[in-house]
Ligand binder design. Structure first.
Ligand code: FE2
Length: 361
């Protein structure tokens, strides 16, 4: 028991340990078998189990800071979003999960639909997080924003040539656009936002013409699209903003060169604004440490936590007045699409059908 605990439970200021889910489950079973109710209770009050599908190393510092402030240890279980929600469902009322944190509004919406979360009524969260970036019933809250923008090869394209997502269907872009596959959640949400704005029929026409402009069959992640634009395979890449500053910060000269070649364009500034997606979290319905978990949700909206998102992982904060990393700031300010982000989940299945019919692999 002790040996397993040391591997799982973190002390203040230590590097966050990532545990395999099977280890955590094994340990929880042992905890139930080997400890009395009293010990179990006090443990529950001083620890939270965070199930996270975020894939950023800088999050560890964010969680350590929470432990320093509150004395509540954070046990991190990492996995893919779908695996984590399945896990919580199969663990049922015995689930050790207090919080589920994930990326993409569509996934947060789906987790709510599956009955993963309990509502949280927190004045702090309602005050700090804009209404379109949280579930109206308090099942989940967004903590950071990423814009899905057009990145362009500065040697080939002038920003004046660019305007909207819709314009990417124009035949002038034939063979010039790099984007990852339609199975990617960021693309599902982007297309859902276009369906919400333009309707299903117009979106399908748009999508067909957009796919006809691809420089190559979709392959690789967002970074692969940025690199395709930098190397001249494509002129334009669709990617999330936070990937680009990492090239500038790299020790590798070739990566810095990639940064220097790429410009960032925020589409749809003259109408609804640029599509943004989020990272967010909610209280798991069966949370053993409800009070600690709500403290954690509130902590994520604090100024210092927001600075970790904005300066550690180059995401945009959801709370006003938090300063950005200078590289992110250099991309400029932009108008965000303020559509209710729940629509990305609601329209996700339609988006998949539209992309499929349009031949987006
Ligand atoms: Fe990502």
């Amino acid at each position: 028991m002790k040996k397993i605990s040391r591997r799982i439970f973190l002390g203040a200021g230590t590097a966050t340990t990532v545990v395999a889910m099977s280890q955590l489950l094994a340990s929880c079973n042992q905890t139930q078998e080997q400890t009395g109710n009293k010990t179990q209770q006090s443990k529950e009050q001083t620890e939270i189990n965070l199930y996270s599908s975020r894939h950023y190393n800088t999050d560890n510092a964010l969680y350590d800071e929470f432990t320093k402030e509150t004395g509540i240890k954070v046990n991190l279980v990492e996995g893919k979003a779908e695996e984590l929600t399945e896990r919580i469902k199969s663990e049922g009322s015995n689930s050790p999960a207090d919080i589920l944190i994930t990326v993409d509004a569509g996934r947060l919406w789906a987790a709510k639909e599956q009955g993963i979360f309990a509502p949280v009524d927190s004045e702090i969260l309602k005050k700090r997080i804009p209404a379109n970036l949280r579930d109206p019933e308090g099942h989940w809250f967004s903590y950071s924003i990423r814009a899905r923008v057009i990145m362009y090869n500065k040697e080939k394209i002038k920003p004046e040539q660019l305007s909207t997502y819709e314009d990417l269907a124009n035949p002038k872009w034939k063979g010039k656009i790099a984007i990852r596959s339609s199975s990617n959640i960021y693309n599902k949400s982007l297309v859902a936002s276009i369906i919400e704005a333009d309707g299903e029929k117009a979106s399908e026409e748009w999508c067909r013409a957009f796919v006809a402009n691809f420089a190559r069959p979709p392959q690789g992640n967002d970074r692969a699209q940025i690199e395709a634009a930098a190397s001249g395979i494509a002129d334009l890449a669709i990617a999330n903003t936070y990937y680009l500053p990492r090239y500038k910060r790299s020790e590798d000269k070739a990566k810095q060169q990639i940064f220097n070649k790429i410009g960032v364009f925020f589409p749809n500034q003259k109408n609804r604004g640029t599509h943004v997606n989020v990272s967010g979290a909610g209280l798991v319905k069966t949370s053993p440490n409800r009070e600690g978990a709500i403290k954690f949700l509130e902590y994520l909206s604090s100024k210092s936590a927001q600075e970790y998102f904005a300066q550690g992982n180059d995401e945009y904060p959801v709370v006003k007045g938090v300063s950005l990393d200078p590289i992110l700031k250099s991309f400029g300010t932009f108008k965000q699409d303020t559509v209710d982000i729940s629509s990305f989940g609601r329209l996700s299945a339609t988006a998949v059908k539209v992309m499929d019919r349009a031949g987006w692999k």
